[in-house]
Design a protein around this ligand. Structure first.
Ligand SMILES: [Zn+2]
Length: 109
């Protein structure tokens, strides 16, 4: 009975962990989409204002992208911690704990 309870608690912990990781991955996808939209906004802005680009407008959008990138790195680190792996600081890819190079962008970890 005691072993069953131990096993049950392990299963519950495993599922909670998986749920937490899924939530973080969802958050990560949300930020990735926000960044894509911001890149699109830069493109549209440059196209529409090609005769007179206001730098502060671009800087404003770039700052929003930087904020998202910072949040994405934090979330990736958290996913790495929960899943026993680590995140690439350049592209946020989750890689194995012992990896020395990122399998997505090739950066040294
Ligand atoms: Zn990478």
């Amino acid at each position: 009975m005691e072993r069953f309870i131990e096993f049950k608690n392990e299963v519950v912990k495993f599922c909670e962990n998986k749920f937490e990781i899924s939530k973080k991955e969802y958050e990560l996808r949300k930020h990735e989409n926000q960044v894509k939209n911001l890149y699109q906004r830069i493109g549209e802005y440059v196209y529409r204002n090609r005769s007179g680009i206001e730098e502060p407008k671009l800087v404003e959008i770039i700052n929003l992208i930087n904020e998202d990138n910072t949040k994405m790195f934090e979330i990736s680190k958290e996913i790495g911690r929960l899943s026993g792996s680590k995140a690439c600081p350049v592209c946020n890819k989750i890689v194995g704990q012992t990896a020395t190079f990122c399998c997505k962008c090739g950066s040294k970890l």
